[in-house]
Write a new protein. Structure first.
Length: 193
C-alpha cells in the first residue's frame, strides 16, 4: 500500500523523477510521458463521471477503469518486465483486465445502432468528455509503442492491449452516453464545400 505523508519531496527539483525501481529519469523521458499521459486520461474520465453519475452501473464501470489505469501506470513505471519494485513485487496489468474491458465494450455496443458515418466528438457533456479521453488515450498508446520500440526499453503486452482496448471502450462509451447513439454528432462529408 502507498503511504503519502508528505506531498512535496523536492527530489524532482532537478528535472528528474523516480521509476518504480528507484532509478531516476528526466521528466520528459518516454516512460514518464507514457504514464503521465495515462494520468491525463484518468483525469478526463473523472470529469466524464461527473456528467454520467446518474447512470450508476456505467459510473461503476468508469470507476473500475480509473483504478485499472493506475495498474497500467504502475506497470509502466517499471523499466523491465522482470523488474521488481522496492517492496519486491511487480504490479502488472493482466489479460483478465483486458478481457473484462472487451466484455464491457460488447455490452455497451449491443445497445447501439450501427454507425452510418464517422462521429464528431460532442453531444452530451459526458459523451464529449469520453471522446476527449479517447483521444488522449490514443496519444498514450502512441507513446507506449514508441517506448516499446526504443532499444533497451519494454512495455508489457497486456499494458499495450489494455490501452488499445480502452480507447475502443471510450469511443463506444461516448456513443452510449449520447442517448445510446441517438444524439451522436455525425460527420457529413463535404458539407461545407
Amino acid at each position: 500500500m502507498v503511504v503519502l505523508n508528505r506531498i512535496y519531496t523536492r527530489t524532482g527539483d532537478d528535472g528528474t523523477t523516480a521509476l518504480g525501481t528507484g532509478e531516476r529519469r528526466k521528466k520528459y523521458d518516454l516512460r514518464i510521458d507514457a504514464y503521465g499521459t495515462l494520468d491525463e486520461v484518468n483525469a478526463v474520465i473523472g470529469i466524464a463521471r461527473l456528467h454520467a453519475a446518474q447512470e450508476r452501473p456505467f459510473d461503476a464501470v468508469l470507476g473500475r477503469i480509473q483504478n485499472d489505469l493506475f495498474d497500467v501506470e504502475a506497470d509502466l513505471c517499471m523499466p523491465s518486465e522482470k523488474g521488481k519494485g522496492p517492496a519486491g513485487a511487480r504490479l502488472t496489468v493482466t489479460d483478465a483486465q483486458v478481457d473484462w474491458l472487451e466484455g464491457e465494450i460488447d455490452t455497451l455496443n449491443a445497445a447501439l445502432s450501427p454507425l452510418k458515418s464517422f462521429i464528431l466528438p460532442g453531444g452530451t457533456p459526458a459523451a464529449a468528455y469520453l471522446h476527449l479521453a479517447r483521444t488522449v488515450c490514443r496519444r498514450a498508446e502512441r507513446i507506449m509503442v514508441e517506448l516499446q520500440d526504443k532499444p533497451g526499453e519494454s512495455v508489457t503486452p497486456a499494458a499495450l492491449k489494455y490501452v488499445n482496448r480502452l480507447s475502443d471502450f471510450l469511443f463506444v462509451a461516448g456513443r452510449f452516453m449520447n442517448d445510446k447513439g441517438a444524439s451522436d454528432v455525425l460527420w457529413v462529408p463535404g458539407q461545407n464545400r
